[in-house]
Design a protein around this ligand. Structure first.
Ligand code: V47
Length: 376
């Protein structure tokens, strides 16, 4: 290992810990967020990424489905949710959701990622029937569905416990939970950006219960709004704590706040996060979350260009083809809504890394000659 020449000398003790494989603490996390020596932080994060995965870089062929944007919560961070009767509000009938899932269908799709609003009138049975119906029609597709916030809401409307809600959904075909709704765990921040959502305790309880029932899940953090570096580190360390307990998280995804069309930006004009901050968020996550196998650079949120660079700042996963994204595009994202399998492979190989097509659980997807030829 060459002598490390860091511009920010205060990172030296942290670098020594990382290179010795020692766990970083709260103060180290804050120091990393406060440092502007991005190349040093990225170097360390890439070192960890390489020791875990070498050049292997994961992606999948998936499709996002958002069955409704009608939501009883009015979170200031969100541009997706609508009240029931306003223009743009929609709710898919089950048959419509099944039809959309099958649009331009190819056997290459291995995952449906399904999330939506907290609808005031739909019964819990709607969601069970949605999962069951999709599984019947697309038995080979993994159903990654419903954030902890949605699971908490279904428990509320059905008067079932979180465990019972998850058991019903697993019985219908649920395969894993996505990581949305975590935002920032600090209560003072949550009160401002998402005061109608479940708190950290329930978010973590849903994932703990899912892991106990044998499901895998992912975790997110929304950054680039009113949170402090301390809030971010607290969030990451709470996730690390649960992972020590259950080992059920596959992946962490840092999500940059997109301000357009949000109530938060109507109150105070808000800048978008910078590429610098996006790369630093990936790298710090890789360094603090030493027990998370994967860090995802979600190209929809970061843009394909920054996501590609993030692959050398600690990320080992790009997410997937997505096909139709609403949450970020309602909040002003100008990225495309779909990326072909071939474009993802090109981004990875251009960065000097090796594409590895995975399913939701990170098992290799082997394409036969005919399925490689599919146009996705
Ligand atoms: O929970 C909402 C965030 C999340 C905005 O699990 C916003 O693999 C930015 O969780 N600006 C949904 N972000 C997306 C999500 C996700 C995405 C990709 C992969 C995975 C995974 C999960 O988007 C929400 C919230 O944190 N969000 N509004 C906004 N205006």
């Amino acid at each position: 290992m060459p002598e490390l020449q860091f511009e920010d000398k205060t990172l030296k003790p942290i670098a020594e810990k990382v290179l010795a494989g020692e766990r970083l603490n709260f103060d180290d996390g804050v120091r990393l967020y406060e440092s502007s020596d991005l190349l040093a932080i990225g170097f360390l994060a890439h070192h960890v990424r390489e020791s875990l995965h070498g050049k292997r870089t994961h992606f999948n062929v998936n499709r996002h489905i958002n069955p409704t944007n009608v939501c009883v919560a009015t979170c200031k961070l969100c541009a997706f949710g609508r009240k029931p009767d306003v223009p743009g509000a929609y709710t898919m009938a089950l048959e419509e959701a099944f039809r959309i899932a099958g649009e331009n269908w190819t056997e290459a799709v291995t995952e449906f990622h399904i999330v939506g609003g907290l609808h005031p009138d739909l019964p819990f049975e709607y969601y069970v029937d949605l999962i069951r119906g999709l599984k019947e029609r697309f038995p080979s597709v993994h159903l990654k569905a419903f954030t902890a916030v949605e699971i908490g809401y279904y428990s509320h409307i059905s008067r079932l416990s979180i465990r019972e809600v998850l058991e019903r959904l697993i019985d219908a075909g649920l395969g894993s939970l996505p990581g949305g709704g975590a935002e920032i765990f600090a209560p003072a921040v949550r009160r401002v950006i998402c005061d109608h959502k479940i708190g950290a305790y329930t978010w973590l309880k849903v994932h703990r219960t899912a892991h106990q029932l044998g499901l895998r899940s992912t975790a997110t953090m929304l950054y680039g709004h009113i949170e402090s570096p301390q809030d971010r580190v607290d969030h990451l360390l709470q996730l690390r704590g649960l992972q020590d307990e259950t080992h059920g998280f596959e992946t962490f995804i840092p999500l940059a706040f997109h301000p357009a069309n949000t109530e938060l930006a109507r109150l105070v004009p808000w800048p978008e996060t910078s590429g610098f901050m996006d790369l630093k968020s990936v790298a710090v996550a890789r360094l603090l979350l030493d027990n998370f196998p994967h860090i995802k650079a979600y190209w929809i949120m970061m843009t394909p260009r920054v996501a590609q660079v993030a692959l050398r700042f600690g990320a080992d996963d790009l997410d997937g083809t997505v096909v139709e994204e609403k949450i970020y595009h309602d909040a002003g994202a100008t990225t495309p809504q779909v990326m072909t399998r071939q474009s993802i492979i090109r981004l990875i190989t251009e960065a000097g890394l090796e594409p590895f097509e995975r399913d939701t659980l990170y098992r290799p997807v082997t394409r036969t000659e005919t399925s490689v030829a599919v146009q996705v």
